[in-house]
Write a protein that binds this ligand. Structure first.
Ligand code: LLP
Length: 413
């Protein structure tokens, strides 16, 4: 998180002291660093060099319009999983022609809207979906460009909730059924075979599963080309992990070497779908301490952010660093940091060594840029947080904190 640093004991995002943002917009609030976002994107461009892959940022990781606009401005495309994400991409000025569409449950309406917009690639995840896409293509008098998402059946060695490449996973079509499906598609007039796709999971911290999966998938790509399928794109998915605590994921350079080595000689244009590695360490969640509860069994710090604002700890037992915005000396004790939500799983940081937090004090949850705000909900009727984007010494609100009235928008009493 090198764009978030202490200066004279005060945590800054680039040149902006974070307490100033917390005081101005309130807490909880997500804060993102433009330099981090741009730097992470640029590192992928540099690592892949002359291969010049299409970098389709995975919108689900953080779908704020200003982040989408930033990546579009850097030449990025997008990886979407719903009609809503397509609408966001277009609203932010992104190009449908650089957008790929994954997901096991695309509706015919979503397919039609994407085809109409001129989508680059539908990543199709089942035989029945392929037939539905063909029907949409024929109805609109177009050939829908598709890639089959194949399941390479490798263990990504990540948390079981975010592994997608296992035989038992709902994602992708079984590897051994792919050739027959491409052959069948030759007779479907609403389709055009344009690529091949895979994605084995998220928060990958080892390169060997990536190598194993892509070696298999590149072999299949060559076979399909030999069978005269007019493929152009090899979409290798996303998943590169980041450091939350002590993980040591492959560097982008190492990841690029593995991808390029496994896919060389395919002649394909590579498509990448990075999410977390672009935004995860570009964001923090600011929170304020409300109370302490010191029981004979435990010390709790109760903060104003809850699992509705940052779901990852409750859902995946994920670890996010928790640090004070203003450093204070003192003896460290073990503290559980919990939110106000009425659920026992609303524990945001467990058994941390901290100088006992004081009511009113400000803290940040680190590495919260990916799957933070995008997974936030209104559970317990809590308005979702504000989002702020910093650039050098300047900052601006890129999403207002929800107001109380927003909580019942569309409802009838
Ligand atoms: N492509 C596909 C087809 C995906 O399913 C995903 C993530 C990505 C790309 C981007 O993966 P990334 O580079 O961000 O790892 N909510 C979970 C993560 C779910 C990932 C879902 N798919 C979390 O908070 O850890």
């Amino acid at each position: 998180m090198s764009f978030f640093t202490y200066r004279k004991g005060v945590l800054h995002a680039e040149g902006v002291p974070l307490p100033a943002i917390a005081d101005a917009v309130g807490t909880p609030a997500y804060v993102y660093s433009t330099a981090a976002l741009t730097g992470h994107f640029g590192a992928v461009v540099d690592a892949f060099g002359e291969a010049r892959p299409l970098i389709c940022y995975s919108v689900k990781a953080n779908s704020n319009l200003s982040i989408l606009r930033l990546f579009a401005g850097l030449g990025g495309g997008f990886d979407i999983v719903s009609g809503g994400e397509l609408a966001r991409v277009r609203q932010a000025g992104g190009e449908a022609a650089k957008t790929v569409f994954a997901g096991v449950g695309k509706t015919p309406e979503e397919m039609a809207a994407a085809l109409d917009a001129g989508l680059l690639l539908f990543n199709v995840e089942s035989a029945e979906e392929l037939e539905a896409l063909d029907a949409v293509g024929r109805r609109l008098g177009k050939k829908a460009p598709f890639a089959l998402r194949v399941n390479p059946e490798v263990d990504a060695r990540t948390h079981r909730y975010i592994a997608t490449g296992l035989k038992t996973s709902k994602f992708g079509v079984p590897f051994e059924e792919a050739v027959a499906l491409y052959e069948r598609s030759k007779k479907m007039r609403g389709l055009k075979a344009a690529g091949l796709d895979c994605h084995i999971g998220s928060q990958l911290t080892q390169s060997s599963p990536v190598r194993a999966a892509l070696t298999k998938v590149a072999g299949l790509y060559r076979e399909l080309k030999a069978r005269k399928h007019p493929l152009e794109y090899l979409d290798v998915g996303g998943g590169l992990g980041i450091t939350y605590t002590d993980e040591t994921p492959p560097s982008v350079a190492e990841y690029a070497r593995v991808v390029l080595a496994a896919t060389k000689d395919t002649g394909a244009r590579l498509v990448l779908e990075p999410g977390r590695s672009l935004v995860g360490n570009a964001g923090v969640l600011l929170t304020r301490v409300l109370y302490r509860k010191l029981t004979p069994a435990k010390r709790f710090a109760i903060v104003d952010a809850g699992m509705n604002d940052l779901l990852r700890p409750a859902l995946y037992e994920a670890h996010h660093g928790f640090v004070p915005l203003v450093k204070r000396r003192g003896k460290e004790v073990e503290v559980d940091v919990v939110g106000p939500v009425c659920e026992s799983t609303d524990v945001l940081a467990k058994a941390r060594s901290l100088v006992l937090p004081q009511p009113g004090e400000l803290y940040a949850f680190l590495s919260a840029g990916a799957y933070g705000m995008s997974m936030a909900s209104n559970y317990n009727s809590r308005p979702r947080p504000a989002e702020v984007l910093v650039a050098e010494e300047a900052w601006r609100v890129v999403r207002e904190r929800e107001r109380t009235e927003d909580l019942w928008r569309g409802e009838r009493a």
